[in-house]
Design a protein around this ligand. Structure first.
Ligand code: ADP
Ligand code: MG
Ligand code: ZN
Length: 495
């Protein structure tokens, strides 16, 4: 496979599509026990609304925030993994705005202008897209607090009221801002997939948790004004939101009007974007340094300590999988695109000797079943042992490959071991010659025309094999069936 690094600034992709996409990704640091500036539990999912709050995260007068050291550890680790230059002295800013999702009327965040120093600057993520390595540059990484979670009755633009849950207010977030280097919705999805794999390998965040990885997408067409799409609640929704917005902007341009710079809201239920407000300008936020927090000094030693603890990243894992299990680079790339998938593969390899066979089943049948159900491997009840047991059953001649495919879709859906499914549905392969012969005789009687044709036409033989398979619901051993049908035909020829 020939691969080259595409320089985003010289990309011809952009000239072709005219689409420019830049992302602002918010990642909750779910590996922490507490919030970013107070001791409240960060384990807010499924908890009674407004039960995990304190004077600090509610912003009551006189309360003082203290920066969570472990949050900085995680942030530094992500910055290193994204090749971003870490600031040795980083400070927090107040972003002032009046809205119910922040009781303080400001969000503690970081800023890269007017003297602000974000956690880190620059960096990049490389990922595979259409057989080449694509690079998306990172502008900056910053730490900030999550605002409260809002829920609406029905849709945002028609809801008669808004419910506010402050349990999420103050949760540690990492904001990752990219350059507008992506040129299609697909590229954006592949970039996010790689980013998620990196972050999950670091153990910083669990993307399976609802709302733990969110993203705002900025998109412009043919050098026009950019539109910011907010409220994309999961990485999965990004592609849909961008596809919708590309079509909307194209239609505007075709009709001769121009795209306004504005913020639009992604409505996942109705699958469209709606205009919320024209974009605030920087000065609306009155950014200034947070006087209640000391700057965070990140020494070279602190960074070294974290580098030392850094786990294996997807790219290194890909190289290792190729070496250790002798699988093609392509397979290793697909498997490491998700931590859960790579973990699943490696666990299977402890239980079954043929790694390539395992990877084939994961990349084709398992992937297809997951896609059909619209779930990820971590949401399926399949266990590595179920897949390897199934492969052993094929090797032992207990089931055919065709039956195995059927069984796998049941394993993925219901999480039952293959042995149980085989028993329950009576799927053991029929390898008994007398039993198969009986069925062949029956088929020969039922389809005399096909038998006649089969004497000269190999296609008609396949038809007869098909009938035996149908009769046995795919359980007849295909090799034995084929042999016996030919034998029976010979006998017919001679009579
Ligand atoms: P703001 O503070 O106004 O949101 P940022 O500097 O944080 O501005 O950048 C926001 C995002 O907008 C970045 O991800 C950047 O890549 C993206 N962006 C900038 N210019 C364009 C453009 N012309 N088309 C699409 N996205 C853009
Ligand atoms: Mg921004
Ligand atoms: Zn609190």
């Amino acid at each position: 496979m020939v691969k080259k690094l595409v320089n985003p600034e010289k990309s011809t992709q952009f000239e072709k599509s005219g689409v420019k996409i830049g992302l602002e990704i918010h990642v909750q640091i779910t590996a922490l026990n507490t919030k970013l500036f107070c001791g409240c539990s960060s384990d807010y999912r499924g908890k009674e609304p407004n039960s995990l709050v304190c004077p600090v995260c509610l912003g009551l007068p006189g309360s003082l925030p203290v920066t969570n050291r472990r949050a900085v550890d995680s942030a530094v680790m992500v910055a290193r993994a994204l090749n971003s230059k870490i600031s040795h002295r980083t400070i927090f800013y107040r972003k002032n705005y009046f809205y119910v999702d922040m009781t303080k009327n400001f969000q503690i965040t970081q800023y890269d202008k007017a003297g602000g120093i974000p956690l880190s600057i620059g960096g990049w993520v490389d990922f595979e897209a259409n057989g080449t390595i694509k690079r998306v540059r990172i502008i900056r990484l910053q730490m900030e607090e999550d605002p409260a979670r809002l829920s609406y009755h029905g849709t945002i633009d028609s809801s008669p009221y808004t419910l506010v849950d402050y349990n999420r207010a103050g949760i540690a977030l990492l904001e990752i801002v990219t350059e507008p280097d992506m040129t299609s919705a697909d590229e954006a999805r592949l970039f996010l997939q790689k980013l998620r794999s990196i972050i999950e390998h670091l153990g910083v965040s669990n993307g399976d948790l609802q709302g733990s990885m969110r993203c705002d997408a900025n998109i412009s067409l043919q050098g026009g004004k950019r539109v910011e799409i907010k409220n994309i609640s999961s990485f999965r929704e990004v592609k849909r939101a961008l596809q919708y917005e590309i079509i909307r902007q194209k239609q505007l341009i075709r009709r001769g009007s121009t795209v306004k710079q504005e913020t639009r809201h992604w409505d996942a239920d109705r699958r469209l974007t709606i205009s919320l407000r024209t974009k605030e300008t920087e000065s609306d936020y009155r950014y200034f340094p947070e006087p209640d927090l000391v700057p965070v000094e990140i020494s070279e030693n602190w960074i070294k300590e974290i580098e030392f603890k850094m786990p294996e990243l997807p790219d290194a894992r890909k190289t290792r999988l190729v070496k250790e299990f002798d699988i093609p680079e392509y397979d290793a790339g697909v498997l490491t695109s998700s931590k859960a998938l790579a973990d699943f593969f490696e666990e299977c390899c402890c239980l079954y000797p043929d790694a390539k066979k395992i990877s084939n089943w994961i990349m084709t049948d398992l992937a297809r079943n997951l896609k059909d159900l619209g779930i990820e491997i971590s949401e399926s009840k399949i266990k590595p042992k179920y897949l390897t047991d199934m492969l052993k059953l094929i090797d032992e001649g207990e089931i055919s490959g065709k039956i195995a495919k059927k069984i796998l879709s049941k394993i993925v859906r219901d999480g039952e071991p293959p042995q149980k499914i085989i028993q329950k549905e009576n799927l053991i392969k029929i390898g008994d010659k007398t039993q198969i012969q009986k069925i062949i005789d029956k088929v020969f009687e039922e389809f005399p025309k096909a038998v006649q044709d089969a004497k000269t036409d190999p296609n008609a033989i396949n038809y007869l094999v098909g009938q035996v398979m149908q009769e046995t619901r795919g359980k007849a051993d295909p090799e034995i069936t084929n042999k016996l049908i030919r034998k029976t035909l010979e006998k017919h020829k001679n009579t």
